[in-house]
Design a protein around this ligand. Structure first.
Ligand code: HEM
Length: 390
């Protein structure tokens, strides 16, 4: 079980181990009390944990980039189909490649009708097996986004399997076999999207039609556009599974929240406070492309900075009474969806998907007290906190 409170002798060894630790928050509080940027020799990164420092790093776009200049695509996948997709993603690019695709993706996502998304998510969830629960956490949201993009219902489970295989290549913890499967999946996904966009104009009302309408892309779509549409699924996958899973953890841990979970507004509030209090994405990184000084600390070209977003969400200077889970907060602030130029354009969609997922799971009347007794642990990951229920 991974549910007991943290004792002082049971602190995570570093901010990467913290991501999957039972209770990393006392460790994050201690980090925030330290210097604004602290060098971690084992990880070879500077670590930032205070909200103001993280915001300043995320706003220093020119000097701090999303990828190291010497390795725009991880060596393990460079030259493979998975590497091709990775190399085009807006998330992994700055400058022209970022600006060529981000605005259209952002406008298309902002135009989604979230009530319709919620209804679609409930409909898709009906066909997703509720067991094993740890797989359902992924499938509900991934299959809903695939549905929104315009895939036919019978293809959703296959798209889901490819996506699960593909996202493995985004983790530094993947094995050679997983990287091989990720490349097979990347090639399949690119082909399916090519077919979806080339055979006929995409169905009106789909997210795919919206992306194309917002962009200057025309058929046949460039490889960069295809990769970024695949990217909408990959950005959904782990993070939304974590948001849904951690929302369920909140309900399992705290019976006083269960009354609120009976209404749609209550489910939405639980998800939004979970996104702040126990978020699915605990950290992200930046790499100095030129000398820059952050919070009085000079960084050299090539230096890496680990931004502990989950620590910033509980910075008392950012959110009052940060350790308490509160369904109503006057001004809830969070950095778990990023900030500045690369901020997540899918935040509202993600919260709607997780709220609908929570609704669908609760309709199956799970025994939350039995889940608490059985416990859970977290999937191995360097940045995503996704529970596996026992
Ligand atoms: C709970 C779910 C999600 C979380 C926690 C999350 C978090 C994030 C974070 C932290 C970033 C910025 C990373 C950085 O600056 O280093 C990001 C970027 C991005 N997210 Fe999300 N995300 C979620 C769901 C989604 C969904 C559902 C979509 C779209 C379908 C999406 C699309 C994107 C895209 C396209 C980017 C790259 C933006 C850019 O680089 O300009 N995300 N996300």
């Amino acid at each position: 079980m991974n549910t007991s409170p943290t004792s002082l002798t049971d602190m995570p060894v570093d901010p990467v181990a913290a991501v999957t630790h039972a209770d990393p928050y006392p460790f994050y509080a201690a980090l925030r009390e330290g210097p604004p940027l602290v060098w971690n020799d084992k990880l070879r990164v500077w670590v930032a944990s205070r909200a103001d420092v993280i915001e300043s790093v995320l706003l220093a776009h020119g000097a701090l980039r999303v990828r190291p200049a010497a390795e725009p695509v991880p060596r393990a996948i460079a030259g493979s189909p998975a590497g091709e997709v990775f190399g085009h993603l807006v998330r992994m690019n700055d400058g022209a490649a970022h600006q060529a695709h981000r605005p259209a993706l952002q406008r298309a996502l902002a135009g989604l009708d979230l009530n319709a998304v919620h209804a679609s998510a409930l409909q898709v969830a009906r066909n997703v097996p509720a067991e094993p629960l740890s797989d359902a956490l992924f499938s509900m949201s991934v299959q809903t986004v695939a549905h929104l993009l315009g895939f036919a219902d019978e293809t959703l489970p296959q798209v889901d399997r490819w996506m699960r295989d593909f996202v493995a290549c985004l983790s530094p913890l993947s094995t050679p076999d997983q990287l091989q499967s990720a490349s097979v999946a990347a090639a399949e996904l690119m082909t399916r999207f090519e077919v979806l966009t080339a055979s006929a104009p995409p169905r009106n009302g789909t997210l795919l039609a919206a992306v194309l309408a917002e962009s200057d892309a025309s058929a046949p779509l460039s490889r960069a556009w295809l990769a970024n549409i695949v990217g909408l699924l990959s950005q959904t996958c782990d993070a939304t599974a974590g948001l849904l899973g951690n929302s369920l953890v909140a309900l399992v841990r705290d019976p006083s929240l269960r009354q609120a979970a009976r209404t749609r507004d209550g489910q939405q509030a639980i998800v939004e406070e979970t996104a702040r209090h126990d978020p699915p994405v605990h950290n992200t990184r930046r790499f100095a492309s030129e000398p820059v000084t952050i919070a009085g600390t000079p960084l050299a070209v090539g230096d890496a900075v680990l931004l502990v977003l989950a620590a910033a969400n509980r910075d008392p200077a950012f959110n009052p009474d940060p350790d308490n889970f509160k369904l109503i907060r006057e001004r809830r602030r969070m950095l778990g969806f990023g900030h500045g130029m690369h901020a997540c354009p899918g935040q509202a969609l993600a919260c709607t998907l997780a709220a609908a997922g929570l609704d669908a799971l609760l309709q199956c009347k799970p025994d939350l007290d039995a889940m608490r007794a059985r416990g859970w642990h977290y999937r191995p990951s360097a940045n995503a906190r996704i529970p596996v229920f026992h």
